[in-house]
Design a protein around this ligand. Structure first.
Ligand SMILES: Nc1nc2c(c(=O)[nH]1)N[C@H]1C(S)=C(S)[C@@H](COP(=O)(O)OP(=O)(O)OC[C@H]3O[C@@H](n4cnc5c(=O)[nH]c(N)nc54)[C@H](O)[C@@H]3O)O[C@H]1N2
Ligand SMILES: Nc1nc2c(c(=O)[nH]1)N[C@H]1C(S)=C(S)[C@@H](COP(=O)(O)OP(=O)(O)OC[C@H]3O[C@@H](n4cnc5c(=O)[nH]c(N)nc54)[C@H](O)[C@@H]3O)O[C@H]1N2
Ligand code: SF4
Ligand SMILES: [Mo]
Length: 916
């Protein structure tokens, strides 16, 4: 009997399918499983961590978990916009090509620049690099990775001969000493931090040391926190090398066989005896002794470093000071040992692989190496291959401000918000003849300066590869069709390449073709001379590419399934195959404080937001942990400035010029005196004065070009505001009132839009602006008192807008406002509560749990927090549950959900509840 072919109905709905992709945020590169319902035009749901992905084994952090909530179509750029008008793709590409060609014709190719991003996929990045360096003929392609990884890149090249991260994530679980320096991994690389946390639970002997001027959440598992003076890490690691030499902790055999330059390096380190290190780093000698002894005596050690090291005018030297200590003790190339630079962005590593910085050629090949030049020229058949490096990020914007760069194409980055020296970046973009911005979001600080805005596809639509911090290449898969008219970045770049006359070189139809070409280039004339070798992936079919499983490079004939750890054989990628020690003379930060600018400004990240918030800002749940920018100030500094929590402080730097920065104060004893911290996530899209980048002057490392973003010099002064406001309700109504006062900050809740206002004049001054924007088709109630003025607008008795003004800052619980905005009709009492700006008692204390004695939920929770963590204990304290007893189960569940278990009941995590 012959088998019948299955009958397929043409109209059958596509089956639901579990698809694996990669998280688009940080460099951990977690695998993500998503349920695709109804094919590419359907919906996505049930997002979870991929249990078999070697980066995360099923775990995700809060940003990854809420990815689906960020895909808000209303916030997307959906159509090309050319000089303010919606346009077709044909028109947009035509205008770009014509204008670019004219600029190149008149001023040469160096008048054109691309400023790209470590958030592009490898395929996008490869095409951008090829177009600029091989065909347009300029190396003016730099990216935000310059602000992120470039110091580590140069440190690696100096020490190892190539930009190589030797370690892998498993090493973090098999070490005896983990030094986290300049990293707040608990917030910035959470899944790795969780892996470290669990490794320490399993092996309590493992030591964790955090080196950071601030006491961050990452110190939660630390055996030692060294709160050093900012900028002094090179001193610390020179001191460590000196100590290792004086305490017989060197690996002489390794130094002799595998390294070069030790004597000069040690001579430089001899300048740093313990007492001097303690003084310059401003830490207790005993803390240094503890750390140094651990490094000297424990067999395995990892130094995990990130932006507190890289974002410095001597970031490269700091990287090499760290690497020197690992080379001197042979703690490299072995399980659980090595210097581990952690990449920030999802594809910072992939960008480095394709050579997407202005001083690189391609595929880890160098501009000034004639053999490399010949290889790339032949491979690309490139008519205009560059012969000299191009502009680095800070210099690129300076050149634009000076009128030398006339056309800049900004792709997948938001430099007006994220570059230092905002005043200069704004001036540069105003000066440019042609500013092209490719973005997924409809609104960013940078889009305000775009002559041409191009809608790019975002995560869930894009299809390609990324490489994480441990050199592991994973697929980001297209799961849904592009929104609106969005196109893939590689596609947009190819269209422009074709329109400029390079049809043959940019006729890609699928990212698999680009990936194959990239892999083939890494293998071209390689023969083991470059670690980056993806040769075995150069001939993947589209189907094989689609099914590519995560793997680590190098991949070559000897390592066909990838290489976990590099340098295991003591051989490096310098001409003599030895690693270089680099003699270090530590330098302090360039932006030093003075009598006029007495505070050190440190900037960085928070747990639940990603960079300039164009994606994470769309998920109100991610604003629950922290809903506003702030400036952390030590209590004694706050006292001297006469400010309290929530007051507004004006921050000024010598470079901030016309740009005014105002931030709410957070009094914070985790901060050293004289130093303040601000997250850089909020931008002018979120608030009138949230422009932290304006306070940093763009000073950068001469070797890497990486700007000093952790050490500004600023002055602070309280802002005398006379009135404060809170505007809450329908988004369109709230947004219209944004400029009713001098200062505003957007703080949306999970239910509604919300902005805070402040103004140096009295509340009446804002009323005229408010009245102008109130809806005509609604009812209003108003109440004016000596210190406050409220307007409540309802439609059919349902709240649409509340404008609450007062002469002092008000702390209105957002949960209360949300409860009133829930779509139910407001009672007269509730309207009065709003008018009086007085949350009702029932809300503040929660619902009644024990009806017999009228005990409310929040009173009970408070008692639990106080230590009454048994039902009978609560009964004794509050009487609840002591009459009819029917609320006892609810009391028990409140105790359970509070997490307040008596010590004896607390369970240690068992070792089989996660896979490693
Ligand atoms: N939630 C979240 N996670 C992210 C990102 C995000 O935006 N949000 N971005 C990703 C990106 S691109 C990056 S680059 C990484 C960055 O990851 P991290 O480098 O961990 O993050 P930062 O907060 O920028 O800075 C880290 C710490 O450096 C400290 N620091 C400042 N000056 C010094 C110093 O002189 N010495 C030392 N030892 N420490 C100092 C700061 O106090 C801060 O706590 O995070 C990635 N992960
Ligand atoms: N003060 C201070 N400044 C800093 C830092 C700091 O620590 N302090 N850190 C620096 C570091 S390490 C980094 S990495 C940078 C990050 O700074 P940015 O790169 O400027 O920040 P993002 O918000 O990630 O910007 C990415 C932009 O690309 C868009 N986008 C997202 N996906 C895509 C896509 O697939 N295609 C296209 N075309 N667009 C897309 C987003 O909507 C967003 O507008 O900030 C730097 N700036
Ligand atoms: S740790 Fe990084 S890659 Fe993993 S889920 Fe969180 S943001 Fe995404
Ligand atoms: Mo970064």
């Amino acid at each position: 009997m012959t088998a019948m072919p299955p009958v397929l109905s043409k109209s059958a709905a596509p089956a639901n399918k579990l698809v694996q992709t990669t998280c688009p945020y940080c460099g951990v590169g977690c695998g993500v499983d998503v349920l695709q319902r109804g094919g590419m035009t359907g919906t996505l749901s049930e997002l979870k961590g991929s249990t078999e992905h070697p980066a995360n084994f099923g775990r995700l952090c809060i940003k990854g978990t809420h990815l689906l909530e960020t895909l808000d179509g209303n916030k997307r750029l959906l159509q090309p916009v050319v000089f303010g008008q919606p346009a077709s793709w044909d028109d947009a590409i035509g205008v770009i090509a014509a204008k670019m060609a004219a600029i190149i014709e008149q001023h040469g190719p160096d008048a054109v620049a691309i400023y790209g991003s470590g958030q592009l996929l490898t395929e996008d990045y490869y095409v951008a690099n090829k177009l600029m360096k091989g065909f347009i003929g300029t190396a003016n392609i730099d990216t935000n990775s310059r602000l992120c990884m470039s110091s580590a890149v140069v440190a690696h090249k100096r020490a190892f001969g190539e930009d190589i991260v030797p370690c892998n994530y498993e090493d973090l679980e098999h070490t005896d000493l983990l030094i986290l320096t300049g990293s707040n991994a608990a917030w910035t690389h959470p899944v790795l931090y969780q892996r470290i946390e669990r490794a320490k639970l399993r092996n309590p002997d493992m030591k964790v040391v955090v080196v950071d001027p601030r006491k961050t959440d990452s110190t939660a598992i630390a055996d030692l926190h060294i709160a050093l003076k900012p900028g002094t890490d090179a001193v610390l690691f020179c001191g460590l090398l000196n100590f290792l030499a004086n305490n017989n902790a060197l690996d002489e055999a390794f130094i002799a066989a595998s390294t070069h330059g030790f004597a000069e390096t040690l001579a430089a380190a001899f300048e740093w005896p313990m007492a001097r290190v303690a003084e310059v780093c401003d830490v207790a000698e005993a803390e240094l002794v503890t750390l140094f002894n651990w490094f000297a005596t424990l067999p395995r050690a990892i130094t995990f470093f990130s932006m507190g090291i890289n974002q410095s005018t001597s970031g490269v030297d700091k990287g090499n000071a760290i690497i020197n200590c690992h080379l001197a003790t042979g703690k490299i190339g072995k399980e659980g040992s090595g210097p581990f630079s952690i990449t920030g962005q999802p594809n910072a590593m992939g960008g480095r692989e394709v050579g997407g910085l202005s001083n690189m050629l391609a595929a880890h090949m160098d501009i000034d190496n004639p053999a490399h030049h010949a290889t790339v020229k032949q491979f690309w058949n490139a008519p205009n291959l560059i012969t000299k490096p191009g502009l680095r990020a800070v210099d690129m914007f300076q050149a634009a401000a000076d009128g030398k760069v006339k056309c800049i194409w900004i792709m997948a980055t938001n430099p007006v918000a994220s570059m230092p020296n905002r005043a200069l970046v704004e001036a540069a973009l105003k000066q440019c003849e042609l500013v092209i911005v490719s973005d997924t979001a409809a609104q960013t600080d940078t889009l305000n300066y775009a002559h041409i805005a191009l809608p790019a596809t975002g995560w869930s639509e894009k299809n390609g590869t990324v490489t994480n911090s441990e050199r592991r290449i994973s697929r980001q898969r297209g799961l849904v069709a592009p929104m609106g008219e969005a196109k893939h970045d590689w596609e947009i770049l190819s269209l422009v390449g074709q329109a400029l006359g390079f049809e043959d070189a940019f006729n890609y139809a699928h990212p698999a073709e680009i990936f194959a070409e990239h892999c083939a280039l890494t293998a071209a004339n390689n023969n083991g001379s470059r670690a980056l070798d993806l040769g075995p992936l150069a001939d993947l079919s589209v189907a094989q590419y689609d099914n590519l499983r995560p793997q680590q490079w190098p991949l070559n004939e000897t390592h066909r399934i990838g290489t976990e750890r590099l340098f295991a054989d003591g051989s490096f990628y310098t001409p003599n195959r030895k690693a270089n020690f680099v003699a270090i003379t530590p330098r302090l930060a360039t932006q030093q404080t003075s009598a006029e600018y007495p505070f050190v400004l440190n900037t960085g990240r928070i747990r639940d937001q990603w960079h300039t918030m164009t994606r994470t800002g769309n998920a109100p749940r991610l604003l629950k942990h922290i809903d506003r920018p702030w400036l952390s100030v030590h209590p004694l500094d706050a006292q001297a400035l006469a400010v309290k929590d929530g007051d507004l402080l004006k921050a000024e730097a010598a470079c901030s010029g016309e740009v005014e920065v105002i931030l709410p104060v957070k009094i914070d004893d985790k901060q050293r005196r004289g130093e303040v911290f601000a997250p850089f996530h909020w931008s002018a899209t979120w608030g009138s004065h949230a422009k932290v980048g304006a306070l940093l002057n763009g000073a950068n490392d001469a070797l890497s070009g990486q700007p000093e973003l952790k050490h500004g010099a600023i002055r602070l002064s309280p802002v005398a505001m006379q009135s404060y406001g809170l505007v809450y309700g329908d988004e369109s109504l709230v947004v219209a009132l944004q400029n009713a006062g001098y200062y505003y900050l957007n703080t949306p809740t999970t239910a509604a839009a919300c902005i805070e206002l402040a103004d140096p004049r009295d509340p009446q001054s804002m009323v005229a602006a408010v009245l102008k924007h109130l809806p005509k088709d609604a009812q209003w109630a108003t109440l004016q008192g000596p210190h406050q003025l409220s307007i409540v607008v309802t439609r059919n008795n349902k709240l649409v807008l509340a404008v609450l003004l007062a002469d002092k800052p008000m702390d209105m619980p957002r949960d209360w406002l949300d409860s009133l905005y829930s779509g139910t009709e407001l009672s007269p009492e509730q309207i009065n509560g709003l008018l009086e700006q007085q949350p009702d008692e029932a809300f503040l204390l929660g619902k009644v749990v024990c009806s017999c004695f009228g005990v409310r939920e929040n009173t009970i929770k408070h008692a639990i927090d106080e230590g009454n963590n048994t039902v009978s204990g609560l009964g004794k304290a509050l009487k609840c549950g002591t009459n009819c007893g029917s609320c006892k189960t609810e009391l028990a569940s409140l105790i359970e959900s509070s997490g307040a278990m008596p010590q004896s009941e607390a369970k240690e995590e068992t070792s089989n509840d996660y896979a490693l």
